[in-house]
Design a protein around this ligand. Structure first.
Ligand code: ACM
Length: 754
């Protein structure tokens, strides 16, 4: 048997596969049998799956006997298998799928569906498989953009195929309330609809002025929950509090600290004249100050909502949000300040903790547990809460150390609203999260890996925020194939994980999506580029690569000459370089890169401190002097980013030279917490020991604004070999801005020396 045959077309990959001798051919005469009524539903689903996918028309029979040459589903008692585990045995006599639970047997059927081939032949083999993590999730935000029940069901089918067992349904937001609550009809009469949506990337260039919205009736919710349950998926509803609650406040203004204050809707100049004043469902993205007032009336409201939520969702968990709750309104509110005193709380963070703990108590009293985003750690964690760690891993580590359950969803590996290509041509929120980075994720952080607290990490989840995902085609484009990678991170043990094997499965996985009419990103096949210094400071070379077979990479220089790529290309001219992936005369993808050959290109550079892992540039510090700036806005791999830190870079030009000018290529994007530096200074040296400061700019002398790209520091006219550039970060993000109270990021993609 060839090595290729040894890779099963199954994602997530099973833990153990042993190949046997012989071939089974399934025919329409075969039957599907099962030994327990709990398996009846999945037997029908398997029949449907084989019918749709493989045009096999099998009959389902309830039989204790394994059907001859057919498929037998069996509930068994096997102490060597975990709860969701299964065994799948293919022999020339038939197929046996067994597990201790219906869920286990179901996962066996999903594996079989992926293994079936058009010729209906299966190699004899034996699989023993079970999940690494019990929580394997996907979150969908249906508040920024809505998805109808019919589509949610299609999505659930896909989750089941990938053995994802938690669907986290983000149902309430500033931009819409999406679930019917009978006691509070205005939540959906008013709260489910906004009068417009910003156009373009936040903060936007205008407003659609079109009414947008939708919601699920309780009957529809029951239908979704039931559909999910048949596929062994638990639906976890998220009802956000105390922040991100603008739609509820628009419906019932008494939920706000300031019921009479009109909602500020950015990019909405006509609000006061053409539309109703007062509280509005938000039409722009971001974080808003108008949050729930922690009054008795609000708690009664939220308890009433929870009372209607609980009977709809058998999930043991209710997600209560807890993220991004600005404290400005609570600071301004006399009522809140009085409450802080009365309850002996330390400050507004204490008030948030009080809010969450009170709701937790209520939810616990109804026999359910809460999950919250990692901000619920601030001011003290509610006693039984599970933490969803999104702002990196630290929240998860801290919660596990406090012996709380944790679900790891750090932005760096789990945020599927980020771009998966450096050549993104659609509107996305920002960030860069390629397939390989999802696949490479290890949900148990190093700080916990050899500790008993590792057991508190229940699993991981892909989060899909939908500000820039207006329809299901775009949703699929953002999900696939990354969801396959996340599924394997959540399911497959480290010893069975293998990027090269997984990568080899992607083409057939994508073909399967094609067949099912599911859209996906083709970033996997795109050209990838890296810029590396030539040793001894002699410039840089452009490394290009593609996974597409039978295609050429063609490089076009700034002067227009073309060459088929064979080895890394030395960059010997300033201007636009183009690399195209070409197959039989068709261009599959293109990278355009502006290079500028200044004095520091390819020279030795050191940076302190190191940039954040997720913004570590093209080849780390080398990327600061590679002649390439980001041509693709925030998502470019060229950016090096530092969060709340000052940075210093030292460039060794190799010999003493005249330095006339230094240009810092930087960026301000306040919506993404990235600010212009507070101060930039340059020092030079001949020996790398004694430095002299040659220039400094600070404050308003540094131009700002969202189009900031270059800060020119010259005319210097200094003779030196070493150039040191010190960049001080902006400081704390001001009140009223996204990320207020956090330290600003510095972004730098090039330091040019002339
Ligand atoms: C989040 O991304 N605000 C949880």
């Amino acid at each position: 048997m060839s090595a290729a045959q040894q890779t099963l077309p199954v994602i997530p990959y099973p833990q153990e596969v042993v190949y046997g001798k012989g071939i089974l051919t399934l025919s329409n005469k075969a039957t599907i049998g099962y030994n327990n009524p709990q398996l009846a539903g999945m037997a029908e689903l398997l029949k449907m799956g084989l019918g749709n996918g493989q045009s096999l028309l099998l009959q389902v029979i309830k039989s204790q006997q394994a059907p001859e040459n057919g498929i037998s589903l069996q509930l068994i008692s096997d102490p060597t298998l975990q709860e969701e585990g299964y065994r799948l045995v293919v022999s020339s006599n038939g197929i046996l799928i067994s597990g201790n639970t219906a869920a286990g047997v179901f996962y066996g059927t999903q594996t079989l569906l992926q293994m079936m081939t058009p010729d209906k032949k299966l190699q004899a083999l034996s699989i023993k498989d079970e999940p690494r993590f019990s929580y394997r999730g996907m979150m969908l935000d249906v508040a920024r953009h809505f998805q109808p029940v019919s589509y949610v069901k299609q999505l659930l089918d896909q989750l089941a195929m990938l053995k994802i067992n938690r669907f986290h349904w983000h149902l309430t937001e500033d931009q819409g309330w999406r679930i019917e609550i009978k006691k509070y009809p205005k939540l959906t009469e008013k709260g489910a609809w906004r009068n417009g949506t910003i156009v373009g990337h936040h903060p936007g260039t205008g407003n659609t002025n079109e009414r947008y919205g939708g919601f699920y009736t309780q009957e529809e919710v029951k239908e979704v929950v039931q559909y999910a349950a048949a596929r062994f998926i638990t639906v976890i509803p998220e009802i956000e509090m105390p922040g991100h609650s603008g739609a509820a406040i628009a419906a019932y203004p008494w939920l706000s600290c300031f019921p009479n204050e009109a909602t500020i809707v950015p990019h909405h100049p006509s609000l006061q004249t053409m539309r109703e004043a007062g509280k509005q469902v938000q039409e722009s993205w971001g974080v808003y100050e108008d949050v729930y007032v922690p009054s008795e009336q609000t708690f009664q409201f939220l308890q009433d909502v929870i009372d209607e939520i609980i009977p709809l969702f058998p999930s043991p968990y209710i997600h209560i949000g807890g993220d991004e709750c600005p404290k400005e309104s609570w600071k301004r509110s006399e009522f809140c300040q009085q409450l802080i005193k009365e309850k002996g709380l330390k400050d507004e963070h204490g008030l948030q903790s009080y809010f969450i703990s009170r709701m937790e108590q209520y939810i616990n009293s109804k026999g359910k547990k809460i999950i919250g985003w990692d901000e619920i750690l601030e001011g003290g964690l509610a006693p039984n809460a599970t933490v969803m760690s999104w702002r990196g891993e630290n929240g998860g580590i801290e919660a596990a150390q406090q012996h709380h359950d944790v679900i790891m969803t750090p932005t760096s590996n789990c945020y599927f609203d980020y771009s998966q290509t450096k050549n993104e041509d659609s509107l996305v929120i920002g960030g860069f999260l390629p397939l390989e980075q999802v696949y490479g994720y290890e949900p148990v952080p190093e700080a916990l890996s050899d500790k008993p607290e590792a057991k508190y990490v229940l699993g991981t989840q892909a989060n899909v925020w939908t500000e820039y995902i207006p329809n299901n085609r775009k949703l699929e484009y953002m999900l696939y194939p990354r969801l396959a990678a996340l599924a394997e991170v959540a399911w497959t043990e480290k010893k069975a994980k293998n990027w090269h094997r997984f990568q080899s499965q992607i083409p057939s996985f994508l073909q399967r999506l094609d067949k099912a009419g599911i859209h996906y990103s083709k970033a996997f096949y795109e050209l990838s580029a890296e810029i590396k210094p030539i040793p001894s400071g002699a410039g840089v070379v452009w490394h290009l690569d593609s996974k597409q077979p039978d295609a050429n990479i063609v490089v076009t220089t700034p002067s227009g000459s073309k060459k088929i790529y064979t080895t890394p290309v030395p960059i010997n001219a300033t201007g636009k370089w183009v690399a195209s992936l070409e197959q039989r005369g068709k261009i599959l993808s293109t990278i355009k890169q502006d290079f500028e050959l200044h004095k520091a290109v390819g020279k030795t550079v050191a940076v302190h401190p190191l940039p954040a892992r997720k913004y570590s540039g093209n080849n780390g510090a080398n990327g600061l002097v590679n002649g390439a700036s980001s041509n693709n806005g925030l998502i470019s791999a060229e950016w090096l980013g530092w969060e709340g830190k000052d940075m210093e870079a030292t460039i060794d030009l190799g010999e003493v030279q005249t330095i006339n000018q230094v240009v810092l290529h930087t960026m301000e994007a306040q919506g993404s917490w990235i600010y212009r530096p507070a101060e930039i200074s340059i020092s030079t040296s001949n020996d790398g020991v004694q430095y002299q400061k040659v220039t400094m700019v600070k404050g308003d002398a540094i131009p700002g604004g969202n189009d900031l790209r270059k800060v020119v520091l010259g005319t210097l006219g200094t003779e030196a070999r070493f150039v040191k550039i010190y960049v001080k970060h902006f400081g704390i993000i001001p009140t009223g801005m996204p990320g207020a109270g956090h330290s600003a990021w510095i972004f730098v993609d090039e330091i040019a020396v002339y």
